[in-house]
Design a protein around this ligand. Structure first.
Ligand code: DOR
Ligand code: ZN
Length: 369
């Protein structure tokens, strides 16, 4: 047995579903799944019910998270067609502004270029006053994070360039997209991007086997797209899961919602890739700790680490999953590398497959002031 210590991981893209969809997940179950995956900080997306689009709703969500979370949580505000400026008073309490311009689960989706101008203009003006957290400003704001697939990607890149607003492109899945982001970076567009484990380890070839359990947005891509993500890893700033739980009943219904859980399985999958010689441990730490911290201006977590047995072999099973929905699209897959213990701020919070942290011991980021 070879045990290594890693810093607590950040998962910069999770859907913890509270409020409104607690039958799928809540801050307690979702952050428990995070700890079991060696993740000690998560950034939660705004497509809840109601969506996190106003100041009051962000503050309500912060209270819910503070009461239940067992790891640290940052909260996104979301851009809406109907309440376009309502998030502005709490922009500094959010980890960033999430803008959906491609189809997803829930109602958040921006339809017009006019509104896109407004979001980028407002964000740039606010940054002029308070700065970007990534530049070390204590009370600054984060980036605009976009779900922008296919032809919507160049629209967002050009707005980022024209307004000089840092843009973080979530869950990039296609060759055309990662190659465009490479060119944009070469031209000094202030863009960063993330890739999910499911887009790295699954492709359309798995759809026959997975059925609706392999349906998410962006959809699984071709084997060539997957190869492109691996070939362009130097352009990939962040690995993040898009942990998007839906119940098995919902996934097996006539109109299954898109999305798959992932926060607990990311580290074992990435460690398996290390074992196979496709990644290094440093590649993981860079993309799951240092880069998310830099891009979102996240605080370091003192006296926090994850102990991993890098030789332990395991077959992923639904029954191991701490997410309320109790399944994983990776069930049956052999992984090499197991989270043995997690220490957060000096406390053992996970050991022997058990979450030991008290509800509410996780912190909600950026709420002071
Ligand atoms: O598949 C997805 N499901 N993609 C997203 O971007 C959102 C997510 C969800 O919230 O279920
Ligand atoms: Zn998402």
């Amino acid at each position: 047995m070879t045990t290594i210590h890693l810093p607590g991981l950040v998962d910069a893209h999770v859907h913890l579903r509270e409020p409104g969809y607690e039958h799928k997940e809540d801050f307690g179950s979702g952050t428990a799944a995070a700890l079991a995956g060696g993740v000690t900080m998560v950034l939660d997306m705004p497509n809840t019910q109601p969506p996190t689009a106003t100041a009051d709703l962000l503050l309500d969500k912060a209270r819910l998270a503070a009461a239940k979370a067992v790891c640290d949580v940052g909260l996104f505000v979301g851009a809406t067609n109907t309440h376009a400026d309502a998030y502005l008073p709490v922009a500094q309490r959010a980890c960033g502004l999430k803008v959906y311009v491609s189809d997803t689960f829930g109602s958040l989706r921006i339809d017009t270029l006019e509104l896109m101008h407004r979001f980028f203009r407002s964000w740039a003006e606010l940054a002029g006053e308070v700065g970007y957290r990534m530049d070390g400003h204590a009370h600054g704001i984060g980036p605009i994070a976009v779900h922008a697939e296919e032809l919507m990607l160049p629209v967002c890149l050009s707005l980022s360039h024209l307004y000089s607003v840092p843009l973080h492109v979530v869950h990039v899945s296609r060759r055309s997209e990662i190659e465009l982001i490479r060119r944009a970076k070469q031209r000094d567009v202030p863009v960063t991007c993330e890739v999910t484990p499911h887009h790295l380890f699954l492709s359309t070839d798995d759809l026959g086997r997975l059925g609706a359990l392999g349906d998410m947005r962006p959809r699984l891509a071709s084997a060539d797209d997957v190869a492109a993500l691996w070939e362009n890893l130097d352009v990939v700033d962040v690995f993040a899961t898009d942990h998007a739980p839906h119940t098995l009943d919902e996934k097996q219904s006539v109109a299954p919602p898109p999305g798959v859980p992932g926060v607990q399985t990311m580290l074992p999958l990435l460690l398996t890739a290390v074992h196979a010689g496709r990644l290094t441990v440093d590649d993981i730490v860079l993309r799951c700790v240092h880069q998310p911290r830099r891009i979102y201006g996240l605080p370091a977590q003192p006296a926090t680490h994850v102990e991993v047995d890098v030789d332990a072999r395991d077959v992923l099973r639904n029954e191991q999953m701490k997410t309320r929905v109790g399944w994983t699209p990776f069930a049956g897959m052999e992984v090499i590398g197991k989270v043995v213990r997690v220490v957060l701020r000096g406390q053992v919070v996970y050991e022997g497959d058990q979450v030991l942290a008290a509800a509410g011991s996780g912190r909600v980021l950026f709420q002071e002031g």
